[in-house]
Design a protein around this ligand. Structure first.
Ligand code: GTP
Ligand code: SPV
Ligand code: MN
Length: 610
């Protein structure tokens, strides 16, 4: 038996409940060693990982890793929320009974860390001192050193976060066991993987992956799925897959904070890291708070507050370049300690590359390997597959983001002026439409979606709905989720405005009608001004749209035809969409009457204009 107690003593991990938990799982997974880690161990662990070949050097203070080739993204089918109340079953959360999942995963994990080290990662998903700190502490147990290095970047890691808990039992138990990746039958009927959040026991049991949201348990398993559940159980907060940014108008001194959700891989990181376009001069300053998770609550002053529980960015590499996202490039420059995963790598020069980093791939392919480690020079002539995996990512800590807000760690969070939803929609959804009614805003979030990626998978023009961009992270039923939103935001006396944005309308030839990226700020500025009553926009059945004159368009490369289309409503397509929405909402249990009323109001307004 491994000596758990001396490892915990050595690290000063004194919380008795944490000690019991570590001992309990060490007895099940049977590691050879137990090691408690903190952020202070980063340099040593990096060196160990390089020595072990788990990380490869990618320039000064930059690291490269590959994940197993069948383990490159979250697995939604294998992810479940388990509780002991069947009422928690939703359409999207793959609900299972808690006892069944705990037993099944305990068996999978039995003896599965033999020969390995069990790392104990005490973490906090909140700025210290946050009013939501009570929901933020956790202890991840993992048998993967690269997972530790990612967690150190993505969350605050130190034993003090769990030693000093008011209630020593109030930490999330997060167990990660990698498993034998080459023999797990990923994606087959014999798939051995299971990623379970046993939400009413605040326990996360993930088996069978070492990648991203499957393995960094503080991030989405705790920060989204568990927190979504806790937010409702406590009645005090919302946990959402949201970015959070601040805009300052240096001329007037005005400052706005905007948060919002777009489904995975739909532009949150890029928006949060955006900078004012050069054409706007030096007037606006955009600050980064968070790019993937926000927790929202109502403060004593009656305003909605938000904060980013994370400590880092796990960003999509594809198309990140000087033009689209210079901030991201600075965040992953030399000396940042960034870890790249599954991009292309040159073993000779220690460079990395991904599609869209430069217009063309490096001309001299000598030494270049694709994300699987295969040499580009040995590829078949007709092999046009990407060098980097489409979901390849960079992991960097918030302190490296040049436009990170000065108060990003302020315990009080920041007051939220606007909540936006957006997805990839190639037609129908205008650039921005403001929604001033709470129920219509929540209704808009519930009917958020993105287009099905493969034509075969969806009906033409029909969305894959993704309520509030939380489809993969929803912890309980969708109707109850809407009711909780109405309750939390409804309890604010000074409510944020809602809006729907779309950067992804396309022309018949496939071109994006709106240039996107840094220019997206222009839509947000209009929204902020609209909220402040400085512009009036144009009322439509689905919200208020900017007029051409109201948008600041200096320097935007767009044709008059495209501009007209992204600032107008296609009534016929919208009425078709309302039919899809009705079917979508009918699939949910206990949808609040306010949401149905909002749906009927929008429908009637569209019919009246048809
Ligand atoms: P997750 O981390 O998966 O939750 O994704 P995300 O929502 O943070 O998406 P991200 O910002 O990483 O963007 C995903 C992809 O969309 C990247 O390849 C971006 O280059 C691309 N993208 C982001 N913003 C825009 C935009 O305004 N226009 C266009 N055309 N593409 C964009
Ligand atoms: C997402 O998939 O939305 C992510 C990456 O942000 S992961 O951490 O893998 O969930
Ligand atoms: Mn995400």
């Amino acid at each position: 038996m491994v000596d758990v107690n001396s490892a915990l003593d050595e690290a000063g991990l004194t919380n008795p409940r944490v000690r019991e938990y570590v001992a309990h799982w060490a007895a099940i997974t049977q590691p050879d060693r137990v090691e408690v880690v903190s952020a202070a161990d980063d340099a040593r662990l990096l060196q160990e990982a390089v020595d072990a070949g788990e990380l490869l050097p990618a320039g000064e203070g930059r690291y490269y890793s590959r994940s197993y080739h069948k383990d490159t993204a979250r697995s939604e089918e294998r992810t479940v929320v388990a509780t002991s109340k069947e009422d928690d079953r939703g359409v999207y959360n793959n609900w299972k009974p808690a006892a069944e999942m705990t037993e099944l995963l305990t068996e999978r994990m039995r003896g599965a860390s033999a020969g390995k080290t069990m790392y104990v990662i005490p973490y906090l998903m909140a700025p210290p001192g946050s009013p939501l700190e009570a929901y933020a502490a956790g202890v991840e147990l993992t048998d993967s050193r690269p997972v530790v290095l990612h967690m150190i970047r993505m969350s605050r890691v130190a034993a003090s976060y769990v030693n000093e808990l008011e209630d020593p039992d109030s930490f999330v138990r997060a167990v990660h066991v990698t498993g034998d990746l080459e023999n797990l039958g990923q994606g087959t009927p014999e798939d051995q993987r299971y990623f379970a959040t046993v939400a009413d026991e605040r326990t996360i049991l993930h088996y069978g992956s070492s990648y991203g949201g499957n393995a960094l348990l503080g991030k989405i398993a705790h920060g989204l799925r568990q927190a979504c559940y806790d937010g409702r159980a406590s009645g005090v907060f919302l946990a959402e897959q949201f970015m959070l940014l601040g805009i300052t108008d240096k001329e007037t001194g005005k400052r706005w904070h905007i948060c919002g959700g777009f489904p995975s891989a739909s532009g949150k990181t890029n928006l949060a890291m955006t900078l004012a376009p050069d054409a706007m001069g030096d007037r606006y300053h955009v600050e980064f708070y968070g790019d993937d998770i926000a927790w929202l609550w109502v403060g004593d002053d009656g305003r909605v507050y938000g904060m980013n529980p994370e400590f880092g960015v796990f960003g999509v590499a594809k198309d990140t370049n000087e033009k689209t996202n210079p901030t991201a490039l600075d965040s992953i420059a030399e000396g940042t300690g960034v870890i790249f995963t599954n991009v292309a790598y040159n073993e000779r020069t220690q460079e990395v590359w991904w599609e869209g980093m430069t217009k063309n791939p490096p001309e001299d392919v000598t030494g270049w390997q694709d994300w699987k480690g295969e040499l580009i020079s040995e590829r078949a002539a007709d092999d046009t597959s990407p060098w980097a995996h489409p979901n390849s990512r960079f992991t960097t800590t918030l302190a490296n983001v040049p436009n990170v807000a000065g108060d990003f760690e302020a315990p009080a969070g920041v007051p939220i002026d606007a909540i936006i939803f957006g997805g990839r929609t190639s037609d129908r959804e205008p650039l921005v439409r403001a929604i001033t009614d709470l129920a219509e805003g929540v209704y808009d979030g519930l009917t958020l979606g993105a287009e099905a990626t493969f034509a075969a998978e969806g009906v033409d023009g029909q969305l894959r709905y993704d309520p509030m961009s939380m489809r993969p992270f929803m912890a309980y039923g969708e109707g109850d989720y809407a009711a909780h939103w109405l309750k939390i935001i409804g309890s604010a006396t000074d409510q944020p405005i809602f809006a729907h944005v779309n950067w992804f309308q396309r022309g018949d030839d496939g071109h994006f009608r709106w240039p996107g990226y840094r220019d997206n700020l222009r839509a947000l500025l209009w929204l902020a001004r609209f909220k402040d009553g400085e512009v009036t926009g144009r009322q439509t059945p689905v919200g208020v749209l900017p007029t051409v004159e109201e948008l600041e368009l200096d320097g935007v490369e767009i044709t008059p035809e495209d501009l007209e289309i992204i600032l107008s409503i296609d009534n016929e397509r919208w009425r078709q969409e309302m039919g899809f929405r009705e079917a979508h909402l009918k699939g949910f249990e206990r949808v609040p009457e306010e949401i149905w009323e909002a749906h009927r109001r929008v429908s009637a307004a569209l019919d009246a204009e048809a």
